[in-house]
Structures are given as C-alpha cells and as structure tokens.
Design a protein around this ligand. Structure first.
Ligand code: GDP
Length: 328
C-alpha cells in the first residue's frame, strides 16, 4: 500500500504540530498550508520543538482564499484533510468579531468547498470546540447536548460545525467533526490560561518575574493533553462512517486548582504572586465545561491518557527548561 497523504491547515499551531508528528510516525506524507507573514515568515517554532520541520512540506495558503485552496488540493491530492486553522483565542474574538467569523467560520466553508470540488473522496476533519456549549444546557455535555455559544469565536465554530454536517449530508462527503474540550501542552500559546500560568511559574521560580495577573479563577474546564487528542482526530477519519464526537477527559477542574497544581510543582505559594486584574475578565464567561467522551471511547476505542496534574507538571518543566536555556 502506498503511503497516505494528509493536508493540515493550522500546522504551525499546537494541534497541527502534534498531529503532523503523529501522522509522520504512521508513515504519512504531511503537507501543511501556512499563512505567510511578510514580517516573520513562517512561524515554525512548534514544528522545530518537535524536530519535524524538515519532514513536513509547507505550502503558502490562506483559508480566506478559495482559489488557492483548490489549487493546493488539486496538486497534492490528499487522502485526508484536517482543518485546524482558526482565530482560536476567545478573548480576541470580541476585539475582532468579523475577522473571527471570516477565518473560523467562512474559512471552514472554503476548505470544505475546495474539498468538494477537487478531492470529494478525501476524508475531512473539522476542529469543532467545546466552547460551542457555552452557557451549558446540561451539566455534562455530549454529542446530543444543545449548543449555546457565548463568544464570536464559539458562534463561528458552531457555523463551521453545522456546515461540516451539511456537507456530509448534502454531498455524501466523509466529513467528521471533533468537539474537542480544552487541550493543552508545552506547545500551547501563551494567551491561553494553562500556558500563561506555567510560563509565569517558571519565570517566578527563576527570579525573572514576581507576579501573575489573572482573570476569573472560578471558571472550570475539562482539560486534556493535545498529544492525546490528535489521535482522536485521526481515528475519526479511519472509522467506517463519518460522524461527530466529543473528545474530553470527563473531569473538570477550576482555573484556581490548575494554578495551585502549577505553583506546587515549583514549590511556590501562589497567594504570594497572584493579582486579580479586572481587565482580564470577559464580556461573557463560560463558567464550566465537562465533556462525556463515551461515544469516542465506545466507537473509536479512544481514551484520554494524561491527567491534568501530569500535563501541568510537564508544562512547568518545559517552561523551566526554556528559560534556563536563555541568556540572562
Ligand atoms: P477558553 O476556554 O478557550 O477560553 O480557554 P482559555 O485558556 O483562554 O481560558 C480558560 C478559562 O480561564 C476562561 O474561563 C478564562 O476566563 C479563564 N481565565 C482566567 N484568567 C485568565 C487569564 O489570565 N487568561 C486566560 N486566557 N484565561 C483566563
């Protein structure tokens, strides 16, 4: 059997990098569509960190450019397409609601449409999000829980989610969507709360910082490890039937608990360093998310394997190593 080819949008992000590493290990040819910026070129630091930058092929492209997406898919002829690109930070989505709608919402339609036109038999994965549950309608969220998005980001993701379902039902495409609950790692962006905390803990431990400004610490999230979650994406595309799945740990914890875990690992007392900053509160908050991963477990045989505690410790250690390697 010849090796499969996968196209990943958002390959320079956390999930894209872990997914690329996972697929390379399975013998795939991995092609990433990347947005080039004249100032920074292509940001490959996550691929560099995983040591796979030279093993992936990067092609310039943008989710907003349907023509370019069509051309790329026509040339590459992928067996699998993973749409992970998005404006993915919830807080920014209030500052840039239109852009978020264009990239995160309409961008998904562009890649679906390019797939339909150029490689209709390819298996397609859409990165949906637990943020779509927003103001939760059920205490534990599953595939049948009604959605109630609470941010421009979540509304755009919900549109993309339903468009994926529509392309499947209308055109018979193998289009899946994974409703991934929060998933983190040492490659998480610094704008997200886990990495912001582990980075600050490392800086404080090394005498490079002396405070950590936080928003709402009562919020609760079902946090898993991105490395585990990219496997669920792949499993969805190998299954006999296209469908959508919740990907979660089934455990929820507060931001405060996550902070305590990170500080404890460095032997520090969080109360000495934390300042609450009202500027970090959001116009609308998602108070609690807790996913039910039963369907993914039963149908795909997938299960989260990394605990929040182990993940946070891994992240603190990675941030400590990063700062130790820097000149002072
Ligand atoms: P989200 O669930 O996609 O919004 O992921 P985030 O990691 O950005 O935020 C998770 C939760 O942490 C949200 O409820 C935030 O309001 C809360 N939070 C509290 N303080 C902060 C902070 O300083 N930065 C971020 N990003 N989130 C914070």
């Amino acid at each position: 059997m010849t090796a499969k080819t996968a196209v990943i949008t958002g390959i320079t992000g956390q999930d894209g990098a872990y997914l690329a590493a996972f697929l390379l290990k399975k013998g795939y040819r991995v092609v990433g569509i990347v947005r080039r910026s004249s100032h920074f070129g292509v940001a490959t630091h996550r691929l560099d960190w995983l040591g796979i930058t030279r093993q992936v092929e990067l092609i310039d492209g943008d989710l907003l450019d349907l023509g370019g997406l069509c051309r790329t898919l026509r040339e590459v002829k992928p067996d699998e397409i993973y749409n992970l690109a998005a404006q993915s930070f919830v807080k920014t989505s209030w500052q840039q609601p239109t852009l978020t709608g264009q990239v995160t919402g309409l961008g998904a339609v562009n890649i679906l449409e390019a797939t339909r036109l150029e490689v209709p038999d390819a298996h397609f994965y859409q990165a949906s999000s637990s943020e779509m549950y927003g103001l939760i309608r059920e205490p534990v969220q599953s595939e049948t829980t009604p959605f109630y998005p609470r941010s421009p980001y979540a509304a755009a993701k919900l549109f993309a989610h339903w468009m994926t379902v529509n392309y499947r039902e209308s055109y018979g495409m193998f289009a899946c969507s994974g409703i991934l609950f929060n998933h983190e790692s040492p490659l998480r962006g610094l704008e997200f709360v886990t990495r912001k905390v582990t980075d600050a803990v490392a800086q404080i431990a090394l005498g490079r910082a002396d405070e950590l400004r936080m928003g709402n610490m009562e919020a609760q999230r079902d946090w898993g490890h991105a490395r585990d979650y990219v496997e669920a994406m792949w499993l969805m595309l190998q299954h006999g039937e296209a469908d959508y799945y919740v990907v979660a740990t089934g455990r929820t914890n507060s931001v405060r608990y996550m902070i305590d875990t990170a500080f404890a690992h460095a032997g520090l007392d969080p109360d000495k360093y934390i300042r609450v900053d009202p500027a970090l509160l959001r116009p609308a908050e998602v108070d609690i998310l807790l996913g039910n991963p039963e369907k993914a477990r039963k149908t795909l045989g997938w299960q989260a394997t990394t605990s929040l505690e182990d993940m946070i410790r891994e992240m603190v250690d990675a941030d400590l190593a990063r700062y130790r390697a820097l000149p002072r």
